[in-house]
Design a protein around this ligand. Structure first.
Ligand SMILES: C[S@@+](CC[C@H](N)C(=O)[O-])C[C@H]1O[C@@H](n2cnc3c(N)ncnc32)[C@H](O)[C@@H]1O
Length: 374
């Protein structure tokens, strides 16, 4: 039902074309990082990551970031790997940063936030590798925060998560009478804004439901409220409440069996113990209630998701519990999500639209909505 919409409107031709350019841009940035740090000199001969770490005096903490960059270059043939030893190939890096960025800007000004964020990270990577800066220093420092905010709130590639999640939320709400909705990990409110904008565009009411916008950070609640007021003065259906989904929701005044819908955009994967959090969400839903989660997933043709270049630098990214429902760090395959919700006890678990069908047509379907019913 939503398959055509997904491939024609959501992941539009513009996104498909420009996404390739961001990938070329990233390859060039990684190439330049290796040059700036003189790691490229070591790579003239086969060498392991641990040997590079030792020779450069880096901490083991940067192992995964280095491995990710090397593996990304291997995918496009700039490096080769044999027995855990990496070395340069003869392939020459021909992509030019400004040329790619200007071309993208001309075709899609709203793609620029992604380029700016990648560049910000790359400029700081030598310091990050040398232990002079952490990912948090780079991403959340006052002088860089605008680039980060733009990346999450005004970014062609990221906004698809908000648009898709809100669309399925609105679809699910259609059959419900005065539903109670809880948004988890709402952050800067990108999903909420889309939810409201879609309702207003379709002349749907914005006060025939109860909406709890939640996040673990109070600052997010205040900022999002302000931003939503720019869209409409009527926020009578909205409440802004702090909620930590790593612990009991009941003890945070969200009673069991009280919500018709719980939804979140790129929030659920942040949970420390996914089993615990999904169980809490399950308990909070009424029987027949929906859990709707919009998540970045690992597409079959793009298993190394660009965002990882950024997220790899954050300690929190690695501080989650792995188990049978979360078998790996970071973004999961959509099939893992289906399995996770089913194991918790949700029924009729599905991706909307149907990823099985989509993947046969396009191999970079990097966003999906997983819905399960209690
Ligand atoms: C990747 S961001 C997504 C934010 C927003 N939904 C979006 O798509 O822009 C994850 C959000 O989860 C929040 N968060 C992190 N840990 C949380 C927790 N234990 N409980 C609730 N929210 C949490 C963060 O503050 C952040 O706003």
């Amino acid at each position: 039902m939503f398959e055509d919409w997904y491939l024609s409107e959501l992941i539009s031709k513009k996104i498909r074309d420009i996404w390739k350019l961001t990938d070329y841009y990233l390859l060039r940035l990684i190439h330049d990082i290796l040059k700036k740090t003189e790691i490229d000199l070591f790579l003239k001969n086969p060498i392991t990551i641990n040997d590079i770490i030792e020779k450069k005096g880096y901490s083991q903490n940067v192992f995964s970031s280095l491995k990710w960059m090397f593996d990304r270059l291997v995918l496009d043939g700039y490096l080769q790997i044999n027995d855990d030893k990496y070395s340069l190939t003869s392939k020459v890096m021909e992509y030019e940063l400004d040329e790619i960025k200007n071309k993208s800007y001309k075709e899609a000004p709203d793609s620029i936030a992604a380029f700016n964020m990648l560049k910000l990270m790359a400029d700081n990577y030598p310091d990050y590798l040398a232990g002079k800066k952490t990912g948090v220093d780079i991403i959340f420092s006052p002088e860089n925060i605008n680039i980060t905010n733009e990346y999450y709130s005004n970014n062609l590639f990221y906004n698809v998560h908000n648009i898709a999640g809100a669309k399925i939320l609105n679809y699910d709400m259609e059959g419900r009478n005065n539903p109670t909705v809880i948004e988890i990990g709402g952050g800067l409110g990108g999903g909420t804004k889309q939810f409201l904008l879609q309702r207003l565009a379709e002349n749907k009411k914005i006060d025939n439901f109860k909406y709890y916008f939640t996040d673990i950070a109070n600052k997010m609640l205040r900022n999002t409220r302000k931003d939503l007021l720019l869209i409409t003065p009527n926020l009578s259906a909205f409440d802004f409440k702090k909620l930590d989904f790593n612990i009991s929701l009941k003890e945070q005044d969200f009673p069991e069996n009280s919500a018709d819908i719980i939804w979140g955009v790129n929030a659920a994967h942040v949970a420390y113990d996914l089993k615990v959090s999904l169980t809490q969400l399950y308990k909070t839903l009424k029987p027949g209630g929906s859990l709707i989660i919009s998540e970045t997933v690992r597409p079959i043709g793009n298993t190394m998701i660009q965002q990882e270049f950024i997220l790899n630098t954050l300690q929190d990214y690695w501080k989650v519990k792995l188990d049978d429902i979360r078998p790996r760090y970071g973004f999961m395959d959509w099939k893992f999500w289906i399995n996770a919700l089913e194991k918790i006890g949700f029924s009729k678990v599905e991706t909307i639209p149907d990823m099985e069908k989509l993947e046969k047509i396009y191999d970079n379907c990097y966003v999906t909505i997983i819905r399960g019913i209690k």
